[in-house]
Design a protein around this ligand. Structure first.
Ligand code: HEC
Length: 107
């Protein structure tokens, strides 16, 4: 995490939106790349789930077997740079895309 302060601020901002428990995510034994929280959840979370994709839910229960189709799409979106949409406020770097896609593959 290159910008811990930004990340923390983001987590605190999400807390009232019932981001679930970051601790529980960590307990799953697989560190979740911050990329999803940072770039995706604003459009794909409990509050909004565009395209019926709720990454907040997926990341909290990263059992790929149960959600294989959706995770496949997530990898595709990351690697082909289709998501986030180019008009999103902030776009992930190539490294962030690769980290997130690699995490999904390992999950
Ligand atoms: C600015 C809002 C916005 C952001 C940010 C965003 N998305 Fe999306 N996403 C959408 C919308 C709108 C759709 C549904 C319409 C579409 O498919 O273009 C969608 C659809 C999807 C789908 C389903 C595609 C399909 O073929 O069914 C996936 C998977 C996805 N997004 C993943 C992501 C990931 C991963 C990120 C973060 C790296 C992300 N999105 C960030 C708005 C967003």
């Amino acid at each position: 995490m290159h910008r811990p302060a930004v990340f923390l601020a983001f987590l605190f901002a999400l807390a009232p939106l019932a981001w679930g428990q970051p601790a529980a995510v960590k307990d799953a034994g697989k560190p979740v790349p911050a990329v999803f929280q940072k770039y995706c959840v604003e459009c794909h979370g409990h509050a909004k789930a565009k395209g019926h994709v709720n990454l907040e839910h997926l990341v909290a229960q990263p059992s790929v077997g149960l959600h294989a189709d959706t995770w496949d799409k997530v990898i595709e979106m990351l690697e082909t740079a289709q998501m986030p949409p180019s008009d999103a406020e902030e776009l992930p770097t190539d490294v962030e895309r690769k980290t997130a896609a690699a995490w999904v593959r390992r999950a």
